[in-house]
Ligand binder design. Structure first.
Ligand code: DGL
Length: 244
């Protein structure tokens, strides 16, 4: 069984891509909404939350883990992460090998400050620009209006020279929910959702075991989460369990 975790809804964008490639795999998904957003937390807090999320998924039968959260990537090296685990950054960066793209990476402060993306791109000879948006993941998670989300994005981009990049990498799994707003603010920019490269790696690395079931666990009830599950997977709400 594949176990997937994130701070909340963001990982659903990754699960959606995995589902298209592995329709028959059993999946258990954990969204840690009680502790969301992760991207403004300290490395120590993220290490503890990552270890707890992996333990929870394993206790529910997960044999393979997908970290669908960029913000915890630095924590994976020092938590109890199993070796049969796939995280966001390595597959995303690998997909850009030999690419001439001029990249802006937008992500949470935890992801940008950990410098894992910068170092991984550097290792394949690509320099990138980065921009942290502290408020965006929480605004998406807790269902702020499209107008608010567009304003957060355009205010953040006012700090950078938009002629210096042609490709935007969505370095937070929540951001694909705001893809239309990003494209509106940056109409000429190519937007890359890392979920595709990650799902391809999952499909080529993990066996399609089970009968295609999906169980959702959340640490706090959330209407926006329930609505997203419904619209992405058509799932009935009894597939969502709120942890006590
Ligand atoms: N979706 C996660 C990420 O990719 C976490 C965002 C957050 O909770 O701040 O970074």
């Amino acid at each position: 069984m594949i176990g997937i975790f994130d701070s909340g809804s963001g990982g659903l964008t990754v699960l959606k891509e995995i589902r298209q490639r592995l329709p028959g795999a059993d999946v258990v998904y954990f969204g840690d909404i009680k502790n969301a957003p992760y991207g403004v937390k300290s490395p120590e807090e993220l290490i503890a939350l990552t270890a707890a999320a992996i333990e929870l998924l394993k206790s529910r039968g997960a044999t393979h883990i997908v970290s669908a959260c960029n913000s915890v990537s630095a924590a994976l090296a020092v938590s109890n992460a199993p070796t049969d685990m796939i995280e966001m950054i390595e597959p995303t960066v690998a997909a850009f090998k030999q690419s001439p793209a001029k990249i802006l990476l937008m992500a949470t402060p935890a992801t940008i400050n950990a410098e894992i993306y910068q170092n991984a791109f550097k290792a394949i000879g690509i320099g990138i620009e980065t921009l942290a948006i502290p408020e965006l993941a929480g605004a998406i998670e807790f269902g702020q209006s499209e107008a608010d989300i567009e304003k957060i994005i355009s205010d953040a981009l006012a700090k950078v020279d938009c002629s210096s990049f042609d490709t935007l990498v969505l370095g937070c799994t929540h951001y694909p929910f705001a893809r239309a707003a990003f494209q509106k603010v940056l109409p000429e920019t190519t937007i890359v959702d890392p979920a595709i490269a990650v799902a391809e790696k999952v499909a080529s690395s993990f066996a399609e075991e089970g009968g295609g079931s999906t169980a959702f666990l959340i640490s706090k009830d959330s209407e926006p989460f329930r609505n997203r599950v419904q619209s992405l997977f058509g799932a009935t709400t009894d597939m969502i369990a709120v942890l006590k």
